[in-house]
Design a protein around this ligand. Structure first.
Ligand SMILES: NC(=O)c1ccc[n+]([C@@H]2O[C@H](COP(=O)([O-])OP(=O)(O)OC[C@H]3O[C@@H](n4cnc5c(N)ncnc54)[C@H](OP(=O)(O)O)[C@@H]3O)[C@@H](O)[C@H]2O)c1
Length: 338
């Protein structure tokens, strides 16, 4: 078992990490960090546990540490669920000091030598880690995408063999994507907010990096355009999106590509039976009914029709955050980067 830590363990994504890692067969969760407000206290006393499974007993009594490199001497790998403005510095310090860092935060995602990885889509991009070692880091940083980007990327991955020039996407994103203190109930109840700061830019740029190709130790972005419009809706968990893709294929060819999709990974504990699942019902996918498929790791796709148009949906704090990061770590261990 490898000793691992979670940075920002008390937040919305941090709690998901604790949930996903509590009984993990390869990782032993021994370190939890948070802000100075929480450091020095027992996890059970500072976390406002809001998940629908009990707080894991083996984690409850761990003393929360300050988020600083001196607190992390006894772990080999950290998962970062810190706000982006805090994450940048400490993640670099960890990588320089020899730790593996799997980060949810956006701070490093678009840097040229940092892999932005979805295991089913671009596992080969882990090759960028060599560039980090070349600049003298003993460890490394690997990032996973923004929570709406990953749903779009997974829905597009089985369709990669078809020519495509233009993708438009309109999202309907859950409130948990903004963190616990993010959207006041009075602002979102009976409402839709047609703006999520920075989200459209992330979808439009991260998608091209992930679906790009690794050539001569750098990423050539995917040769299509993504145009996004992002909206917050009164759903607790599960980001839904309507996608229009200028893809040269018939509806039946697209459905067949979804049914036959085999991801280029296997044997990873957090990998779901189906990474992308085509649903037949006219009224699916729906967040309340479909977000927990594959223990929250499956992206459901439906309503494939001429145009080409379809709807995709996945669990934003599991597949869109903690689960994605843990799957990346499993891939890293499986490919001997750890
Ligand atoms: N929510 C999602 O669906 C989602 C999806 C993908 C990516 N992300 C990204 O994941 C990260 C975490 O998001 P979240 O929604 O979990 O946020 P959150 O609920 O606000 O939690 C933030 C965590 O960071 C800690 N923290 C805050 N300021 C700190 C500081 N100055 N020093 C050390 N620790 C500090 C907090 O500790 P205290 O409790 O002590 O304040 C808490 O543990 C963000 O970068 C976000 O963009 C979120």
């Amino acid at each position: 078992m490898m000793n691992v830590g979670v940075l920002g363990a008390t937040g919305a994504v941090g709690q998901r990490f604790v949930q996903v890692l509590a009984d993990h067969p390869w990782f032993s969760l021994t370190a939890l960090t948070a802000s100075e407000r929480s450091a020095g206290k027992q996890y059970r006393d500072v976390v406002r546990w809001r998940l629908d499974t009990p707080l894991p007993e083996q984690v409850a009594d761990i003393k929360v540490r300050p988020t600083d490199i001196r607190s992390l001497k006894d772990v080999d790998l950290v998962f970062s669920a810190l706000p982006a403005d805090v994450a940048g510095g400490i993640e670099t310090e960890c990588a320089v000091a020899g730790l593996g860092v799997c980060s949810n935060a956006s701070a490093h995602r678009m840097e040229q030598d940092i892999p932005l990885v979805v295991p089913e889509t671009n596992p080969d991009h882990l090759g960028l880690i060599d560039l980090q070692h070349d600049k003298g880091w003993d460890g490394f940083i690997v990032t996973n995408p923004n929570c709406s980007t990953i749903m779009l990327v997974l829905a597009l991955t089985p369709l990669r063999s078809f020519a495509c020039s233009d993708i438009r996407v309109a999202t309907m994103q859950a409130v948990s994507g903004a963190g616990f203190e993010g959207v006041p109930a009075m602002a979102i109840y009976d409402n839709i907010i047609p703006y999520i700061g920075g989200e459209e830019h992330k979808m439009e740029t991260e998608t091209l990096k992930i679906m790009g190709s690794l050539q001569n130790r750098s990423i050539s972005p995917a040769p299509f355009i993504v145009s996004a419009s992002c909206h917050r809706v009164p759903v607790i968990d599960g980001h839904t999106m309507a996608v229009w893709a200028d893809i040269k294929a018939t509806v039946e060819e697209v459905k067949e590509a979804y049914r036959k999709f085999v991801p280029p990974i296997s044997g990873l504990p957090t990998q779901p039976e189906a990474s992308v699942l085509l649903l037949d019902g006219d009224d699916r996918p729906q967040p309340r009914l479909d977000r927990n498929r594959g223990r929250g790791m499956t992206v459901s796709v439906g309503r494939v029709r001429e145009g080409l148009r379809f709807v995709a949906m996945g669990h934003n704090t599991i597949r869109g955050a903690a689960g994605a990061s843990v799957l990346n770590a499993e891939l890293l261990l499986n490919r001997r980067y750890l």
